[in-house]
Write a protein that binds this ligand. Structure first.
Ligand code: SF4
Length: 509
């Protein structure tokens, strides 16, 4: 029998199990392959929190954070931890501080949601190769070493798969691969995931990791993995397998299960979107399969929350969820569409378990929305926010400032939109536009990184990043209505923890 080890490297938010790894696990186990799964992200963060207890001299703040660590972790894992926002903030800031302290001797900044190195950039392939060459320079080195020795002694795999989805994982992933190369040079390593897919879709892509990684995989990795295992069958339609993951230990109050009902985006038209720039095809699961998978997952794990991870839940899928509710509360990202402007539709969604919708509102100016090709108007966004509020569904609103179609007066219109809808916007995420690198367009990659997905560009209306940042800091975020919304948006975990506050508030009513 074949033996596979799948690894999810640090560092991303450790509030739910990794969905990609769970999908691959289900696929290979269905074929009788023995599959070990290692969530080195969650476990690595626990190791970092604990190793921060070993420093000699420390500040009172660190001492206090250390003495409260276990209580703070327990707090995040219980529903009542989301009953007091102030108490929650204290807990996450203390845990984040402990991670900062542990990573500092390595010239790194680690936190509950980020990982940076002072010198090495995750968008520079030479820096990633250096992390692989000198894994001891990163804070997870001794944790990786101890875990790998133990795991490899118990069960030496025939193949190792590493899932790399976010930039904050890249340096740690390559340092881990460097260690694997030294410890078991003859075992092939496959590297896939969302970030690898984006890199491989980059115009002019050339693989800089050929000497280190045996296979790089773009898109869903099931077919490539089966082929590597010499299995000719196509991937079976089976639900993600979360059994080997530590479901009760993530930083959430009960089990949160992520599920992807599609890959790519059904809309795929927004002018600023990397999904579109990468030319990814929309690949939805069938509605029958979605219902079957969700039913199995809910029956098996009784999740406190389902996280539908699609780029945008299509109106068709939302209708389907109304007709076939998954029997567990859920949340996800969707577009502003006419369907959501109907209060009966919103009430049906609520009845089907929808706690919160993440919405790409982006702007309060119609000219900007048209330029972006968002497919909605300011008036429609207003009606949608109003009806979601009436139906009791929380709105996590995403705004994008500094796009090529915006100027200061359009940004001001967005501020006024938020002020008008302050009662209806539950949480908010204001971001600054990055220009994706597009095929055939001249590019000046950020940080000079050969793997950067974004390029520097000159704003056509001289609404530069520095002016946008000043507007956000001095006008937008300081407006009392916006400040009040930002104050209730969970730090670090943002939309991942936001639904728990909504659930807690509802149960208190
Ligand atoms: S809806 Fe979202 S994922 Fe889809 S094209 Fe627009 S920005 Fe991209």
């Amino acid at each position: 029998m074949k033996n596979l080890l799948l690894i999810y490297p640090p560092l991303v938010k450790a509030c739910e199990p990794p969905v990609g790894i769970a999908r691959l696990t289900a696929c290979v186990r269905h074929q009788g392959v023995h599959c070990d799964v290692w969530d080195a992200n969650w476990q690595g963060q626990m190791a970092l929190l604990q190793c921060s207890t070993q420093t000699g001299q420390e500040l009172p703040r660190t001492r206090q954070a250390r003495s409260r660590m276990q209580k703070d972790l327990d707090y995040l894992r219980q529903p009542h931890g989301y009953g007091s926002f102030d108490r929650y903030q204290l807990a996450v800031h203390r845990l984040n501080h402990l991670m900062r302290v542990a990573a500092k001797p390595f010239s790194c900044t680690a936190g509950l949601a980020d990982f940076l190195h002072q010198r090495l950039q995750p968008v520079v392939s030479d820096d990633l190769l250096q992390a692989a060459e000198h894994p001891e320079e990163l804070p997870f080195h001794s944790f990786f070493q101890e875990q790998l020795q133990r795991r490899l002694a118990q069960n030496c795999p025939d193949l190792i798969g590493v899932s790399l989805n976010y930039l904050s994982q890249a340096l740690c992933a390559f340092s881990l691969i460097g260690m694997l190369r030294r410890m078991i040079p003859h075992i092939p390593v496959m590297l896939g995931g969302g970030l690898i897919t984006s890199w491989m879709c980059r115009p002019g892509w050339r693989n800089p990791f050929a000497g280190l990684v045996d296979d790089l995989v773009a898109g869903p990795g099931e077919t490539a993995l089966l082929r590597r295992l010499s299995i000719a069958d196509p991937p079976a339609a089976v639900p993600p397998d979360y059994d080997p993951l530590p479901l009760q230990r993530y930083f959430s109050p009960g089990i949160t299960l992520p599920y992807s009902a599609s890959f790519g985006c059904y809309w795929n038209r927004c002018a600023f979107c990397p999904e579109k720039a990468e030319g990814r095809r929309f690949q939805p699961q069938t509605m029958n399969r979605i219902s079957r998978d969700l039913e199995t997952l809910v029956h098996r794990h009784h999740p406190r929350l389902l996280h539908l991870t699609d780029n945008a839940l299509s109106p068709r899928l939302l209708h389907h969820l109304i007709d076939h509710p998954p029997n567990a509360p859920w949340y996800g990202f969707t577009r502003i569409t006419a369907a959501l402007a109907d209060v009966d539709f919103c009430r049906s969604l609520k009845k089907a378990g929808c706690v919160l919708l993440k919405l790409g509102v982006e702007s309060g100016d119609d000219g900007v929305l048209n330029g972006m090709n968002k497919g909605h108007s300011v008036a429609l966004a207003s009606r949608v926010l109003h009806q979601l509020h009436n139906a009791g569904i929380a709105a996590f609103v995403y705004l994008l400032f500094g796009t090529p179609w915006e100027d200061e007066s359009a940004a001001q219109a967005t501020l006024e939109f938020v002020v008008r809808h302050q009662r209806e916007i539950t949480f908010i995420n204001p971001a600054i536009f990055n220009q994706p690198i597009e095929p055939g367009q001249p590019a000046q990659p950020f940080y000079g990184g050969d793997l950067s997905l974004y390029t520097d560009y000159e704003h056509p209306r001289a609404w530069s990043r520095s002016l946008v940042r000043r507007f956000l800091d001095r006008s937008f975020k300081r407006h009392p209505a916006v400040a009040a919304i930002l104050r209730r948006t969970p730090p670090f975990f943002t939309s991942n923890h936001a639904p728990f506050f909504c659930q807690q508030e509802e149960s208190a009513q």
